[in-house]
Write a protein that binds this ligand. Structure first.
Ligand SMILES: *Cc1c(COP(=O)(O)O)cnc(C)c1O
Length: 484
């Protein structure tokens, strides 16, 4: 078990005044007229106290720089530090977003490069880099589908969404004005063309498939499914947020997909960080190019231009050019990997997940026997016999120095434990994680109270998540005293 330093939970405002040491951050020779005096009860911690305070705080959280972060579906892989220095490069970070295009050719060329790479890897005809997150890309895709049906006066209003789709998919379809129809997956954890045949009708505007789906399983019948949807006059949307598993191996464009979004902040560096910043690039077939959100980058002669004039565009999804910082990281990553290196990402991500699966499947129940790609979903059936649940297993992992996996998702698996090791973890780190999971399975049996009471070593034990979401305290008020 790794040691955690337990420090007193204290806000920087709660340090005392006049601490008796030389204060490097005190006001010195600054003229009194420039100083604020109106912060009542404000303390004056010195530089060493501030540095130690924030350094200690930084160790209270788990991060990728500390260890594996197997949060399923989020692709929390290690990202080389060079991406951060590229994004921080002054020539990028100091460009004003409203600067004329003649002065932003470097940024535009980078965006053009990102688009070319994505086209090569996905087989799609064109991309827009506007959306600022995965779910934002889904919304863009659904708005494109809606506008396509309006432009063609088809009068279709329903989108089919499998029970194995990502949770944001039905919400995105509904926000774009569609009625959502749920499609049940079969016992192998994938959508079957025969099931679809019974559901598709004259109202069907399209399907929204997550590929690989949230069980980490590839939709093997996707070509037949796309054919059925097309024959019925619908469009095929794919949520490609977890493109890691297919990168350099398979292309959505070759499977009959009309619209796809990718999470550049998962597959192409920048970890997925609850709400952003992200980049949900959206790709379409040639027939849908004119519907893309604007601006899109285009090459005219030697110049790269921003085109705002697509005929049927759904408009803007965000300000200016999108989340440029994420695009810079993605481009750096793409150039490091190249087109040939990309296949290794998919191969090792899949190998790692299957290695882990093979070492845990005798201790944790596997609800689906179908081979998986980049992630694997277990459940807590075997531990339930001892009163131990998924949440307990997840919290106990914190004591072993690991971030918990994604839990209770996908919803079709009761007590789901969704593990994605990613391609950047070594065999050693995966072995350590497996040893921790196996030890927890032992504990669940021999001393279930230890698991149920976990975490034992974290600075904060179990928080009331409902209360935190419903009544968030976002402002520090000194008169209320220290938070406990
Ligand atoms: C992460 C993810 C999303 C949502 O991406 P955000 O950037 O969090 O909005 C959508 N679909 C799948 C399959 C994902 O894994």
């Amino acid at each position: 078990m790794r040691n955690k330093t337990i420090v007193e939970e204290k806000a920087i405002f709660e340090y005392g005044v006049g601490r008796g040491a030389v204060q490097h951050t005190t006001v010195g020779d600054i003229d009194d007229t420039y100083l604020r005096h109106d912060i009542e009860g404000m303390t004056d911690p010195g530089e060493p106290e501030v540095v130690r305070h924030f350094t200690r705080l930084s160790t209270m959280n788990h991060s990728l720089d500390v260890g594996m972060y197997p949060l399923g579906s989020c692709t929390m892989k290690y990202n080389p530090k060079v991406m951060e220095s590229a994004a921080g490069e002054k020539s990028f970070s100091s460009v004003h977003p409203a600067a004329p295009q003649s002065m932003t050719q470097g940024v535009l060329e980078l965006m053009y490069g990102v688009e070319q790479y994505l086209k090569t890897m996905t087989g799609m005809h064109s991309f827009s880099l506007q959306p600022a997150a995965g779910a934002h890309g889904e919304l863009a895709g659904m708005l494109i589908a809606a506008k396509y049906h309006r432009a063609n006066k088809t009068g279709r209003h329903t989108i089919l969404v499998p029970d194995t789709a990502h949770g944001t998919n039905p919400a995105s379809a509904a926000m774009a004005g569609f009625r959502v129809v749920n499609i049940p997956s079969g016992r192998h954890g994938m959508i079957e063309a025969d099931t679809l045949k019974k559901i598709i009708d004259g109202e069907t505007a399209g399907i929204m498939l997550t590929v690989p789906n949230t069980l980490g399983i590839f939709e093997e019948q996707i070509v037949a499914i796309a054919g059925l949807v097309h024959d019925a006059g619908g469009v095929v949307y794919v949520d490609g947020a977890n493109f890691n598993a297919l990168l350099g191996k398979a292309r959505y464009g070759d499977m009959g997909v009309d619209i796809v979004h990718l999470n550049l902040h998962k597959t192409f560096a920048t970890p997925h960080g609850t709400g952003g910043p992200g980049a949900g690039a959206i790709g379409v077939s040639s027939a849908l190019r004119e519907f893309l959100p604007v601006p899109v980058v285009e090459k005219r002669g030697h110049k790269i231009v921003m085109n705002y004039g697509l005929k049927n565009t759904i408009g803007r999804m965000t300000g200016f050019y999108g989340n440029i910082g994420i695009l810079i990281r993605a481009y750096t990553y793409m150039r490091m990997l190249g087109v040939r290196g990309a296949g290794q990402v998919a191969a090792i991500a899949t190998l790692n997940a299957n290695y882990l699966r093979s070492l845990l499947k005798d201790r944790y129940n596997l609800p689906y026997a179908t081979p998986t790609l980049h992630e694997v979903v277990f459940d807590d059936t075997l531990q339930n016999a001892f009163g131990v649940k998924t949440i307990d297993i997840a919290k106990r992992l914190i004591d072993y120095g690991f971030h918990p996996p994604t839990i209770y998702f996908p919803l079709i698996v009761h007590g789901a434990i969704m593990i994605e090791p990613t391609e950047t973890e070594s065999k050693d780190e995966i072995d350590r994680f497996v040893a921790a999971m196996r030890a927890i399975a032992d504990e669940a049996q021999s001393m279930p109270q230890t698991v149920i009471g976990a975490p034992q070593s974290a600075p904060v034990a179990r928080v009331n998540e409902v209360k935190a979401a419903r009544e968030p305290v976002l402002v520090y008020r000194p008169q209320e005293g220290p938070r406990r």
